[in-house]
Design a protein around this ligand. Sequence first.
Ligand SMILES: Cc1cc2nc3c(=O)[nH]c(=O)nc-3n(C[C@H](O)[C@H](O)[C@H](O)COP(=O)(O)O)c2cc1C
Length: 209
Amino acid sequence: MREAPPGNSQDHGRGAAVRPMVLALGGSTRALSTSEAAVRLAAEGAAQAGADVHILAGRDLMLPIYDADNPDRAPEAERLITLTRQADGLIIVSPGYHGGPSGMVKNALDYFEDLRDDSGSPYLDGRAVGCVAVAHGWQAAVGTLHQLRQVVHALRGWPTPFGAVVNSSEVRLDDPSAAPAAVEQLHLVGQQVVEFARMRLAYREGSRT
Ligand SMILES: Cc1cc2nc3c(=O)[nH]c(=O)nc-3n(C[C@H](O)[C@H](O)[C@H](O)COP(=O)(O)O)c2cc1C
């Protein structure tokens, strides 16, 4: 079966030489947001693994509440939808609010409903998605990570094997050199997104020949 590939990667059939496009999104509107720092560190891991990375963080995600009955989209929402459509993989980071993803991040994910009818790759089909949760305690962090992965499954995405949690009562990311273990884990999430994106692109290349 031939699939219309998502993404806009420069795939020249050279396997590992391909540069997947990764969209990293999330964070909060708070100054010195730990979850926004986590977005940037996971994105750094993807970039180090050879991806072209776009970041939508913090106030970039202050979008109108998703309105299923109104097809008009704010420019910021159009940007999210377009970049998601072009992405070979995603990184999603949410703060834990009352035990689950924040409303701002979940509202951004609601806009993926606009990808429902994309031919060949509806929603997040075929894309690896690295999930990260940041909360003031382990319970909310782990619970939020689990919920993010459920959302990704509902959207037909492929959560990476490794997902990261950051407990912001113990770890500050404004000085990454003080949190080497957290940085390593966030980098790993980004790296796994790129690794999977390359495998999918190679698979598609093989199925075309
Ligand atoms: C509305 C709201 C709800 C929150 N609920 C929880 C919670 O249930 N459990 C928890 O551990 N932390 C909770 N927190 C704390 C945040 O998860 C924590 O401050 C996290 O670092 C927020 O991300 P940020 O630093 O990117 O803003 C809450 C914070 C806010 C503003």
